[in-house]
Design a protein around this ligand. Structure first.
Ligand SMILES: Cc1ncc(COP(=O)(O)O)c(C=O)c1O
Length: 424
């Protein structure tokens, strides 16, 4: 994002810091790219709501013809509020999870959305809850790629889905319950090398070509999300055009293997939203430690955003590009660790996936400058929390040269609103 086009200082004065800043033009451009990628009868893109459930994002997804991958009852209901059709003809909203929690089962049954079963017990629960409709089955294909181990979503260490060699057990349970299996699904995540993604998609197509003959009611396979986003400056953007070729060839192969028309769905989360947002924080101070027998000294830029606002660096060592807006921005870069306000030494935005500090070359800022964490639109607000009773950051949406507040900063009253004292 070219920050010079936005009045970030003026917005910061109005809404305070930290705040998330979304550019609607980038968001719409990304959804338009996904719509072009999946244009045609037998291709469909879902948006994985978990990446960013903001109403504006869901409305943009709907405007571009996306369907929805929801992973909680409330995500189903947020999609409903944003105008997505319920029901399973066609299955615009699919519920994918390994466990039904809270209102998930009720949201699925009452709205008749397609449950994507990822654990055998879910079939029993659906039957007991009175569900009478089609299902999808999530397969663990035995391989996967996360950008780190914790995000690896396929293979023996992954909790997700039904192990591919055991699919027949779940198929029998579905038959006993009278649930036609209308789709097969897998999600294997994003590999560190973008070409691995293509290889994984082709491997999934081959696995589904093998499985489809066992599922006479299946009309579609879903290859999951994981389209890479170039987080590092200079990183190659993923070539969507080549992916379209893989999808079209996949439709041909799967249709031939099943001997009936089969469509392909995908469900990216990060791709449409990662690059449309930044997290804007205020530089509060610059300080240093000195070298001793434990290691070298470091210079710290202290900001008012923490892992309660953006947890990816602390949780996975994820890289977010950082820049400074303000008086200090033109100075010669020096190595700095960027750290937040929380009482945790891991509250650092410049660390790697081994939890080691990775000082970043940045111009020495002045207290009061804005520090911007880029590509924060996916799993940013969505994973933010009230840790240490701090309110979640405000969200600002930029469209046609105008800013609007789409979520205000959380207050103490918001944070304590569910506290009660009721006899049980
Ligand atoms: C089942 C499923 N589908 C889709 C996605 C979206 O993945 P990504 O944001 O990498 O595109 C996820 C992410 O965790 C997922 O678990």
């Amino acid at each position: 994002m070219d920050l010079s086009q936005y009045p970030l200082q003026a917005i910061a004065e109005k809404v305070g810091t930290p705040f998330y800043f979304y550019d609607g033009a980038i968001l719409n451009q990304k959804f338009a790219e996904l719509a072009a990628l999946t244009e045609g009868d037998r291709l469909q893109c879902r948006f994985a709501v978990k990446a960013n459930p903001a109403r504006k994002v869901l409305e943009a997804a709907r405007a571009h013809g996306m369907w929805i991958d929801a992973v909680s009852g409330n995500e189903v209901l947020r999609a409903k509020r944003a105008g997505f059709a319920m029901g399973n003809e066609p299955p615009v909203v699919m519920y994918t999870a390994d466990v039904f929690r809270d209102n998930a089962l009720q949201a699925v049954v009452e709205n008749n959305v397609l449950p994507n079963v990822a654990s055998p017990g879910m079939i029993r629960e659906l039957a007991e809850a009175g569900y009478r409709g089609p299902i999808a089955i999530r397969i663990n294909p035995g391989f996967g790629h996360g950008h780190v181990q914790a995000c690896d979503t396929g293979g023996p260490s992954s909790k997700h889905g039904i192990w591919y060699e055991d699919h027949a057990t779940v198929k029998s349970l579905a038959e006993e319950a009278g649930f036609p299996v209308v789709a097969l699904h897998a999600h294997v995540g994003t590999g560190p090398q973008i070409r691995e993604f293509d290889e994984n998609m082709k491997k999934l197509v081959a696995l589904f070509a093998h499985l489809l003959p066992y599922y006479p009611d299946a009309r579609a396979v879903n290859l999951g999300g994981g389209i890479p986003h170039p987080y590092r400056p200079g990183a190659e953007p993923y070539p969507l055009g080549e992916y379209r070729g893989i999808l079209q060839e996949g439709v041909r192969q799967l249709t031939a293997a099943a001997e009936r028309p089969i469509g392909i769905e995908i469900e990216p989360g990060r791709y449409p939203v990662a690059g449309m947002a930044v997290l804007v924080a205020r530089v509060k101070d610059v300080k240093a430690t000195r070298a001793n027998e434990k290691g070298p000294g470091n210079q710290f830029i202290m900001v008012d955003a923490g892992f309660n606002d953006l947890i990816r660096p602390a949780m996975y060592g994820s890289y977010h590009h950082i820049s400074i807006a303000g008086a200090g921005q033109d100075r010669t870069p020096e190595p700095f660790v960027v750290a937040g306000p929380l009482c945790e030494s891991g509250d650092v935005f410049t660390r790697d996936d081994q939890e080691l500090l990775q000082p970043r070359d940045l111009p020495r800022p002045e207290p009061g400058d804005l520090l911007v964490l880029h590509d924060a639109g996916a799993y940013g607000t969505a994973m933010s929390s009230n840790y240490v009773s701090m309110g979640r950051a405000a969200q600002v949406y930029w469209e046609d040269g105008k800013a609007s507040l789409i979520a205000r900063r959380e207050t103490l009253d918001d944070i304590v609103r569910m506290e009660c004292d009721e006899a049980l």
